[in-house]
Design a protein around this ligand. Structure first.
Ligand code: HEC
Length: 188
């Protein structure tokens, strides 16, 4: 036991020295600090509750929790109550002014005014009708095969409602640079 010389009687290390000796290698009984041990014991106690809760008493699985969260999100989603089959023409000046602003900001005039790509919207002739629900649909869903852009991804239903109301009430007879002749049927 030549190595024992390092640990003089009475020193801290000699008190910690374990009896076990392997090929001259000795070990000190040097436990981790108490705070670390407390955390370690706490995790063991926690795991007992955890195990019982989830495996014995059938606590919610990840899938259950996911489904519950999704159900909650769905329940809190704003419901689109807009009923496009039963909309009425807006006459309120604020709504019409808002519609006019959309007509400008969405560059409708690029096809319906400054160029003749789209039909004249100021005359009495309409290919797809000039009732509010018809004009609403022309704008919302577009007529892609004929070059009319669908605006449903760029505007809300309420905004399209205002825009369609503006097109019907304010554009009739307005001065336009669109020189297309009558297209479609005549609507008073
Ligand atoms: C890229 C060019 C283009 C743009 C931009 C465009 N339109 Fe059109 N639009 C057309 C074409 C082309 C038609 C004709 C479709 C057909 O012949 O069936 C049309 C048709 C329409 C109709 C139906 C007209 C009818 O006679 O029934 C309405 C209403 C209309 N557009 C409104 C709008 C509004 C409002 C905007 C802006 C938000 C707009 N369009 C932007 C090309 C365009």
């Amino acid at each position: 036991m030549a190595n024992d010389k390092k640990y003089d009687e009475g020193t801290q290390d000699s008190k910690l020295l374990l009896d076990h000796d392997f090929d001259g290698i000795r070990e000190l009984d040097n436990p981790p600090p108490p705070w670390l041990m407390m955390i370690f014991y706490a995790t063991i106690i926690w795991s007992i509750f955890y195990g019982f809760y989830y495996h014995v008493f059938d606590g919610p699985s990840q899938e259950d929790e996911y489904n519950a969260t999704m159900a909650e999100v769905k329940a809190n989603m704003p419901v689109n109550t807009f009923d496009e089959a039963n909309i009425a023409l807006l006459t309120d000046e604020t709504a019409l002014a808002s519609g006019q602003a959309f007509y400008a900001s969405k560059a409708c005039d690029a096809c319906h005014g400054v160029t003749n790509i789209g039909p004249n919207l100021t005359d009495e002739f309409w290919i797809h009708g000039n009732k509010i629900d018809q004009v609403f649909k022309s704008i919302k869903y577009g007529i892609p095969e004929k070059g009319m852009t669908p605006f449903k991804d760029q505007m809300t239903d309420q905004q399209i409602h205002e825009l369609a109301s503006y097109v019907i009430t304010k554009m009739k007879g307005a001065v336009t640079t669109n020189t297309k002749g009558p297209q479609g049927d005549k609507y008073e």
